[in-house]
Design a protein around this ligand. Structure first.
Ligand code: SF4
Length: 491
């Protein structure tokens, strides 16, 4: 291990150990409010100090370090507030702090596995895996990115379980994302998704869900497990949410929020932003409703990606909306300290695209075993069922040339580049090969011919208007966002 990496590791280990100590003391600290606030404030000072040190090193665009620091502060304040206001269960506090914050975020996974991977492949492994265990869904939302329906297509329980065990063993992953379909509908060999979460109690799970199946019993189970945070999908306020998700759904979502609050689960929302709801989603009214009244802890905002059911370029937020959302998102993070991530305007938080199993990034296993570089790239070069049938493992998947080429693209774009020595990195607020640089993505798809996930993905690829429309859109977005990158981040 080189000296710089070892030093970093020791620093992170010491921080994680501090988090463990604090987690143990929480039952006492949270009842003595001045002590709790003092602790939060000294931790925040430390985050800001570390960022100043990183900026002085000059390895990365200074604005990107500042963005990450402010996200860190927002996460810290969010968790701190939830603990002080007694809104999370003791099992959740323990696992949120020790596993998610300490092991997954600060230590960035298990050291031994990471070092073994690095020695073999020359780079750090992915940090997490997104698994969509079933395509089945009980709703039929307009434009669903996964094109989900009542189908029974799913991963078998042994495969699902093996993915988590192997990612832990080979890559040191302690964090997993569950998506769908609706993960809470998953059943195989008598097992449910909560069985997976409980079995892997030393890992932490973020689960995207429509929320309709979170009754009192389910919320209680999540609270006792402590290692799961659901993100419930909404589209804005009631009218907008029901227009896409169906009548009566909003009240069921509010009921799910209520159950989660009662049981003290750490939960949030996820929103798909289209041309139609962009201003509503980020309005003061919506932000106040969710964060202040409903007490959601975090929000993931995904700008509509033209894939999946009835894909269309007409729903993409306009370039002007995208610029407005960029300003608004960071204002909500910097000024109000909301834990809010806007894909793709928050690309600085992750140093660009995290797809294809990049170091610290992820890849996706879908319900039928198909592997994709990202939830928003519906093209699969390889299938995990085939890999396991051949007695191979996740590492063989990681090595696939399509994924390797995508990682090469990320490097050329600027990931892990020394900004001061190797020249400026490219625009991380337009980080996506699929939605921001489709010309490059198209070339890779033509070179490797990964299999389209469905008919929509196949049609999009052979549709000249899709290519032309996306490339033109990319240029119009770049005309607005490149000057911001230059001004706010590089200088
Ligand atoms: S491909 Fe796009 S959506 Fe996927 S991780 Fe990269 S930037 Fe994000």
């Amino acid at each position: 291990m080189d000296i710089e990496r070892e030093r970093n590791y020791q620093r992170r280990k010491a921080q994680a150990s501090r988090v463990r100590t604090i987690a143990r003391l929480i039952p006492v600290i949270k009842s003595i409010k001045p002590v709790a606030y003092h602790l939060l404030s000294s931790w925040e000072k430390q985050i800001r100090k570390n960022a100043e040190i990183d900026i002085a090193k000059g390895h990365e665009p200074p604005g990107a370090i500042r963005d990450r620091m402010e996200i860190g502060v927002a996460v810290l304040r969010t968790i701190g507030r939830a603990i002080i206001e007694d809104r999370i269960s003791s099992a959740t506090i323990e696992k949120l702090l020790n596993i998610l914050v300490g092991e997954a975020i600060i230590k960035q996974g298990d050291k031994a596995a990471k070092e073994e991977f690095r020695a073999r492949f020359g780079s750090a492994p992915p940090a997490f895996v997104l698994i969509s265990p079933t395509k089945k869904c009980n709703l039929l939302c307009t434009g669903c990115y996964a094109d989900s329906d009542r189908t029974e297509i799913k991963l078998s329980w042994p495969v699902l379980d093996q993915i988590v065990s192997e990612a832990r063993e080979l890559w040191g992953c302690r964090f997993f994302v569950l998506s769908g379909g609706e993960p809470l509908l998953y059943r195989d060999e008598g097992h449910t998704i909560m069985d997976l979460v409980e079995k892997h109690s030393d890992c932490f799970f973020l689960m995207y869900t429509n929320g309709t199946l979170i009754d009192e019993k389910m919320a209680k189970r999540m609270s006792l497990a402590g290692n799961i945070m659901p993100a419930i999908s909404v589209e804005g306020l009631k009218e907008r949410t029901e227009a896409r998700r169906g009548r009566g759904i909003f009240d069921r979502i509010l009921k799910a929020f209520d159950n989660l609050r009662q049981e003290k689960v750490f939960f949030g929302i996820s929103v798909t932003i289209t041309r139609e709801n962009a201003y509503e989603v980020f309005s003061d009214e919506t932000i106040d409703f969710y964060f202040n009244q409903q007490k959601v802890n975090f929000a993931w905002a995904f700008q509509y990606m033209p894939i999946g059911r009835a894909y269309t370029l007409d729903l993409l937020p306009t370039p002007e909306q995208r610029r407005w959302m960029f300003q608004r998102t960071w204002e909500l993070v910097y000024d109000r300290h909301h834990f809010l991530i806007d894909f793709w305007n928050s690309g600085t938080a992750t140093k660009g695209c995290i797809a294809a199993g990049r170091s610290g990034g992820y890849l996706v296993v879908n319900w039928d075993g198909s592997i994709t570089p990202c939830a928003f790239i519906p093209y699969s070069p390889i299938n995990i069922n085939d890999i396991y049938n051949q007695g191979q493992n996740l590492n063989q998947i990681w090595e696939h040339p399509f994924l390797a080429d995508l990682r090469k693209w990320q490097k050329e774009y600027g990931y892990s580049k020394n900004h001061s020595k190797e020249g400026p990195v490219k625009n991380w607020i337009m980080p996506c090969p699929m939605r921001d640089h489709f010309r490059d993505m198209y070339e890779l798809l033509q070179k490797h011919h990964p299999k389209p996930l469905d008919q929509n993905a196949a049609e999009a690829l052979s549709d000249p208007d899709y290519y032309k429309g996306l490339v033109e859109y990319n240029q119009r977005v770049a005309d607005l966002m490149d000057p911001i990158w230059e001004e706010k981040y590089i200088r």
